[in-house]
Design a protein around this ligand. Sequence first.
Ligand SMILES: Nc1nc2c([nH]c(=O)n2[C@H]2C[C@H](O)[C@@H](COP(=O)(O)OP(=O)(O)OP(=O)(O)O)O2)c(=O)[nH]1
Length: 185
Amino acid sequence: MSCSLSGSFFHQQEMTVRYQDVVCAFIVEDKQSKASEEVTNSSSFRVLCSQRYDDAEHFPSMYEFPGGKVDEGETHIQTMKRECSEELGIEVEPIVSNSTEGDVIAIKPCYSFHHEPKQDKRLGGLVTFRLFFYWAKIVNNSQPKALASQKVEWLTPEQMGKLTFCPGDEGIIEDMLSGTLRPPE
Ligand SMILES: Nc1nc2c([nH]c(=O)n2[C@H]2C[C@H](O)[C@@H](COP(=O)(O)OP(=O)(O)OP(=O)(O)O)O2)c(=O)[nH]1
């Protein structure tokens, strides 16, 4: 069977589109901690968020969940732990469900968007990011510090809703606000 193909179709076929997995952690505040007094009596919760630098090459000043690109040979959980250590100086563990012991709860694994990195030598060219979200908690009482961002804050979904988050987080805040996305009990 023959078919006619437009120039733009050929262009797309020749273009290399790479995929880059990004792991993001929804780090839930420990409700026992003093700082979270205002949310202990409600169904609300707070999640650790960072604000990117004002002069960041991509998405300056926007908020994001801690995380980053998966390095070659890394599992998602290794990436999450490494990024949290590098960016926040904290040790985290994934929150696992009781019924599926050992399984990580992954949320919305299909967020993707196009991105044209200029400097990142690992990428180069057109890249589709796939964001994977995991619930996590801080262990060993380590305290988060803004080591790679201008600010880190514990935020409720209501507070997040008033801020601008990175494009891959589209829908996430709305889901937290509506209650469809909540930390596992
Ligand atoms: N860490 C993180 N990245 C996010 C989120 N939402 C979202 O769209 N992203 C995007 C921003 C980045 O382009 C990419 C993650 O890359 P990265 O954490 O290594 O950040 P980076 O500043 O070095 O990235 P970049 O300059 O290459 O964009 O995913 C999020 O909630 N957390």
